[in-house]
Ligand binder design. Sequence first.
Ligand SMILES: [Cu+2]
Length: 345
Amino acid sequence: MLLDPGTKPAVSQATETTGFAFNWAAPEHALPLVLTAVAFLVWLVAFKFRKVWAALFGINAAIVAAYTTWSARNNYWMPEIASELAAEVDSLFNLVLFLVTIFFVATQAVLVYTMVQKAPEGGRAKSVHGHHILELVWTVIPGALLVYVALAQLPTWAKMKGQTAGTLVPVGYDAATDAADLLVTVTGKQWEWRMRYADPSGSKPANPLLWASTPAATDVHMVNELHAWQGAKVRMMLRTTDVIHSFFLPHFRFKQDMLPGKTIPALLYTDKSNINADGTERLWEIACAELCGGNHYRMRGKVVIHPDRASFNQWLNDQKSRQSARKESLAAANNTPAIPAGNEE
Ligand SMILES: [Cu+2]
């Protein structure tokens, strides 16, 4: 019996890790410590004047505001940006972060003011009930902001789904208008990612959605590695063979759940290559962002964006010939009798 070449392809795992190394001189490491130290000093003073809780809430708000502003400005929380779309996602994130920070600080300021001004020393603050206009204000303003955020993200979401730029209302996938340069099916499986490319020498599958669920014998299989070239629009057909996985590409700010029984089309824009001029590679990881079982943590892979289409084609053709060689050796092994001739019962 000939094994599916997809069951045991060459695995080349992402092994590089970047551990956290504390450095006093680095402001991103020292700043939280300095803030904490200042906060502790202020708290001590407050303790003396019996306004401990008011001081705590105030200090907390100040630290959160300083740290979030600083982190957003220095892009401290996010890895390298791999595409323009990723930068768009970051600005959406920063918009939400900005709104949340403003309102957090504002509400904490009211809280602290009430605790300091409205309470007798060491006693309880007085409660205020039934202020109609105030209630209207704090309902209408957040409501309007939520609607704004919901509308602001629609064009980015449509791009990620590969719909025409400028489309606000998400529409279903249409193979006829699919402008992708490369087609790849990514299947989540406990506990790895299976990538499948159409035969580079054959014609593009007429119906990519159908092809995603019915592999051709000449497809090229790969495990835990997603390859493309710089400047490509990559149509990814996302599937799972078992439970829900979440296909997460942090450098592309791309995350999509894979749902059993569904093929989910998405588009990846590759504006940058992660192969340096000297041939070394910057690690752009793939991770599973949905707890999917005991070995969930093993669902690591990597994205390789070749500098041009020619080097990608070379890679794909290379994979294709390796795969045919594996198929042939498997076929030869399956034709060899397991029991040497003459020893049969
Ligand atoms: Cu998973």
